[in-house]
Design a protein around this ligand. Structure first.
Ligand SMILES: [Zn+2]
Length: 269
């Protein structure tokens, strides 16, 4: 499933390629992947110019002239691919043709993703965005903020993965960050010390930045907008590992909230 680093990788590469491009045509499949009618989507996007591209949580936001913004969520297996030929894949749900004869294609075989168009002015109030927590790579993600989040008996791994508190810390990165911070994933959140919170913040930021630098992680489906796979999956310290890289003990695996949770019982407390 594409997580924050994968989505950020796509956003950064698209930003280099399609800013100031004009949308010359829009094609939509008849699959229910939109929250608005295809005709309205096409009519509002066509002939607009791409002004900027941003990421919020795991949403890709393509800001257009005319106060419009395209919103894409990749779900489990979605891709947003930029090509110079129009692709004819069965699972293409939306193709945006640019005046330069490039094609931005939203492809999603498992169909957990979606796309839509919103007014920029309505973005903050829209129900998609109004309940999202802070961005972990922003200045808002401070120790003071994390102190507020951990006033709960919920397990720390669930707290850092709760998108109402902190967005985009998916399962892989939560495992890695907790390992790097020497904190067991099933510690009740309120037992973390201020120093541990400091270390956890630094670890979350470090693991996300490292993953972005390596183009994200590809476990199954993920591809960047140019079709490349990520490389961070070769750098996992604890996720899906057999032995702890620090002490060589066996890595243990349990389920927390239904998600695989890997840890070293010796190095993490
Ligand atoms: Zn260890």
């Amino acid at each position: 499933m594409p997580e924050l680093p994968e989505v950020e990788t796509i956003v950064r590469s698209l930003r280099n390629e399609i800013i100031k491009e004009r949308i010359s045509a829009v094609y939509c499949s008849d699959k229910k992947m939109r929250v608005i009618a295809a005709e309205e989507f096409k009519q509002r996007a066509k002939d607009k110019v791409i002004e900027k591209i941003e990421r919020r949580a795991k949403y890709i936001l393509i800001f257009l002239t005319g106060n419009e913004v395209l919103v894409f969520h990749l779900g489990m297996s979605g891709r947003l691919l930029l090509t110079t030929k129009m692709s004819q894949e069965k699972h293409n749900h939306c193709i945006i043709e640019l005046a330069s004869r490039q094609f931005l294609t939203f492809y999603d075989p498992r169909r957990f993703g979606f796309y839509t168009i919103l007014k920029q002015d309505d973005l903050a109030q829209n129900k998609i965005f109004s309940n999202l927590g802070v961005e972990p790579l922003s200045n808002e993600f401070t120790n003071h903020y994390l102190q507020q989040c951990i006033k709960t008996k919920k397990l720390i791994k669930q707290t850092i993965m709760d998108s109402k508190l902190i967005v985009g810390v998916g399962n892989i990165y939560a495992n890695e960050a907790l390992y790097m911070a020497d904190i067991l994933p099933f510690r009740p959140s309120h037992t973390l010390t201020v120093a541990e919170c400091e270390k956890l913040i630094a670890s979350i930021v470090a693991v996300l930045n490292k993953a972005i630098e390596l183009g994200g992680s590809t476990l199954r489906d993920y591809r960047s907008s140019d079709g490349r796979i990520g490389r961070f999956q070769h750098k996992f310290l604890v996720y899906n590992r057999k032995h702890c890289p620090n002490c060589s003990n066996l890595i243990k695996n349990t389920r927390i909230g239904g998600r695989s949770s890997y840890y070293c019982g010796k190095c993490q407390n």
